[in-house]
Design a protein. Structure first.
Length: 121
């Protein structure tokens, strides 16, 4: 017949398990904080869309010209258009600032010709 050997089962104590759980929780907490910072610090889709819209606005105002400063609201983003005189003769400066609920999404500056609406970056 086969003899059964009595083996002693080795296991961790309750204190060791609790310490391991606390260490794992601390590691996960730090990882979530780092992950959150990476997500908030990166370029968001909204920022890329705002940058593309600002470039479209510059193209539009190069063709039509900008008569006065104004604020446009497109897709819940506020675009503040500010024109000013440039140091260069025959040119005006255009600055577009994009913001959403008070948070800046970006800004774009360019030069526009006052003569025919054409300009240079």
């Amino acid at each position: 017949m086969v003899k059964l050997k009595a083996k002693k089962i080795e296991a961790s104590t309750l204190v060791e398990v609790l310490i391991a759980m606390v260490v794992i929780m601390v590691v996960f907490s730090v990882a979530i904080g780092v992950f959150s910072n990476v997500l908030s610090g990166g370029i968001s889709l909204k920022k890329m869309q705002a940058q593309a819209q600002m470039e479209v606005l510059v193209k539009q105002f190069r063709e039509e010209g900008l008569k006065e400063d104004r604020v446009l609201k497109i897709d819940s983003v506020d675009y503040e258009l500010i024109s000013s005189e440039s140091d260069m003769q025959g040119m005006s400066r255009l600055e577009i600032r994009a913001s959403e609920r008070g948070r800046s999404l970006g800004n774009l500056k360019c030069l526009l010709s006052r003569d025919n609406g054409k300009g240079e970056d």
